[in-house]
Design a protein around this ligand. Structure first.
Ligand code: SGN
Ligand code: CA
Length: 506
């Protein structure tokens, strides 16, 4: 009897151990599929909020994975964000402080390290770093900002025009590459959409998607920017001529830049659909003679309709990629990431564009579906930043993270019930001034509750926000005696972060 008991006990222990091992077993060297759109706001991803639109396919990633509720960039603009993705460093360290600089392609980047470790690497879509991609087995990129209709792509140096809509074509090329890859090696594919970048030109098949939708107007749409000099002096306002009725909103009238022909790259069919959609809108606008607030609100609705119609294509194409992974048995052994190069204003503060360290553009959407074996699901609240992507991808591939990378691997956050000690604050630095949208140079710190920003160059202004009491950042509390102690702490912590990230630029 005793022997039987002992045997039974031993068998259960063995069963327990093997089941634990099974649970814990993670895929070694998983594939990495990184999808990044250009200027895609978290406000237009229904996994975050379905107030503006539904994105059922992008949501699939979070439904089966994790949704980062506190995901940010280090410098809210295109090329800087892309250089940070590749290098795992803030932009004062990788040199890409604004869009005008040419990326130093000799730097250590994660694709280069993955390639050396036996991964097949590819970048398809928007690149925007001026120098040619390095560290990729395959690259096929759009020139500069790219074109929406019948766009050119540069495949390993050779330019070709493709018939169709840019978001569809980017995905077509990506699926073709996936199909033809060496199936004995893991892959790392960067799929970078051009959309929904300004001037928000939808697939002509989707022009009517949001035609009659009335979007809720942000409560600070008519912001007067009191106590915030940099916000008052920007040039990214929907309510001013910064957003043009012809150039941005596609009315068939003379605008600030003359009469821009959005249809010049189109074929006959596309042009016909375009005109069928926009000519009646122009006619209606000319009859109504909007002025004042009514004009501002009309512009807001017009902007939102085109922007969301662009997202409609992005979402459809994310679905195509996810279906491909499912059908080819790749879903379990692939880390799937969806993000944007930064956030975007959907009329908050009366704005479009990005650049500011205010929430809507400092934040960026981040959704991940984890390879089999990682147990975390649902919302993740830790403060994460785009400096963390490169270390994360190297870490899950089992490749050593170079000391010079400034971000940290997110891998410890990929399992539930793990008590991870995490950072308490994030650093930000934006440089592109003087420039088109007149957003002043600034740097700052954000903790889970507070934000401190220093605007400099042609001004010397500090701002501070209590995000719990003032989530829309309308009330600058810098210098407020009630917050003196908090301010002192933030000032000290900001200097510590500047030392830690070795940023003495100002
Ligand atoms: C273009 C846009 C700007 C935008 C920048 C940077 N103007 O210059 O509105 O802020 O790109 O965008 S446009 O008239 O060309 O549309 S970024 O995403 O590339 O950084
Ligand atoms: Ca961008």
């Amino acid at each position: 009897m005793n022997l039987l008991k002992t045997l039974f006990f031993a068998a259960s222990v063995l069963l327990f151990i093997t089941s634990c091992q099974k649970q814990k077993k993670v895929i070694e060297r998983p594939n990495i599929l990184y999808i990044m759109s250009d200027d895609h706001s978290y406000q237009t991803i229904s996994a975050y909020s379905d107030k503006l639109m539904k994105t059922p396919n992008i949501d699939r990633i979070a439904d089966q994975g994790i949704l980062f509720e506190n995901s940010f960039v280090g410098n809210s603009i295109c090329a800087p964000s892309r250089a940070t993705l590749l290098t795992g460093k803030h932009t004062h360290k990788n040199g890409q402080i604004d869009n005008s600089v040419t990326f130093d392609s000799g730097q250590v980047t994660f694709p280069r390290l993955l390639k050396a470790a036996g991964y097949q690497t590819a970048i398809i879509g928007k690149w925007h770093l001026r120098s040619n991609p390095t560290g990729f087995d395959y690259w096929n990129i759009v020139p500069g900002q790219g074109q929406y209709y019948n766009p050119d792509f540069i495949e390993m140096g050779k330019k070709t025009r493709h018939e169709g809509y840019v978001t569809d074509i980017t995905t077509d090329i990506a699926l073709k590459w996936l199909d033809g890859r060496d199936k004995n090696k893991p892959f790392c594919l960067l799929l970078h959409n051009k959309a929904p970048h300004r001037t928000w030109e939808p697939d002509t098949l989707y022009l009517d998607e949001f035609k009659d939708k009335v979007f809720p107007v942000p409560e600070n749409f008519f912001d007067t920017y009191e106590g915030r000099q940099a916000a008052a002096e920007q040039k990214l306002s929907i309510r001013k001529k910064d957003m043009d009725i012809n150039y941005d909103l596609k009315l068939n009238v003379k605008g600030r830049f003359g009469e821009v022909d959005h249809t010049k790259r189109m074929n006959e069919k596309q042009r016909e659909r375009w005109n069928r959609h926009y000519l009646p809108i122009t006619k209606d606008f000319l009859e109504k003679h909007y002025t004042g607030d009514a004009l501002d609100l009309w512009k807001y609705q017009r902007y939102m309709r085109d922007y969301c119609a662009c997202i409609r294509s992005v979402d459809k194409n994310v679905g195509r990629v996810l279906d491909y992974l499912d059908k080819n048995g790749l879903t379990d052994n692939t880390l799937i990431v969806y993000t944007s190069d930064q956030g975007f204003y959907m009329g908050e503060h009366g704005w479009f564009d990005k650049r500011f360290m205010y929430e809507e553009s400092f934040r960026t959407p981040l959704l991940m579906r984890l390879p089999k074996g990682y147990t975390r699901r649902g919302k993740v609240n830790e403060l994460v930043q785009n400096i963390d992507y490169a270390p994360t991808f190297l870490d899950i591939a089992g490749v050593e993270i170079p000391k010079e990378m400034q971000g940290v691997s997110l891998k410890p956050l990929f399992n539930k019930n793990e008590n991870v000690k995490w950072r308490d604050a994030l650093y930000y630095h934006y440089y592109e001034f003087p420039n088109e949208h007149a957003v002043k140079r600034h740097y700052g710190i954000r903790t889970d509750r507070y934000k401190l920003i220093h605007f400099y160059y042609d001004i010397d202004v500090w701002e501070m926000y209590d995000l719990k009491k003032d989530p829309h950042e309308m009330n600058n509390i810098f210098g407020n005696t009630e917050y003196a102690a908090v301010q002192k702490k933030l000032e000290k912590r900001l200097q510590e972060l500047r030392d830690y990230y070795q940023d003495d630029t100002e």
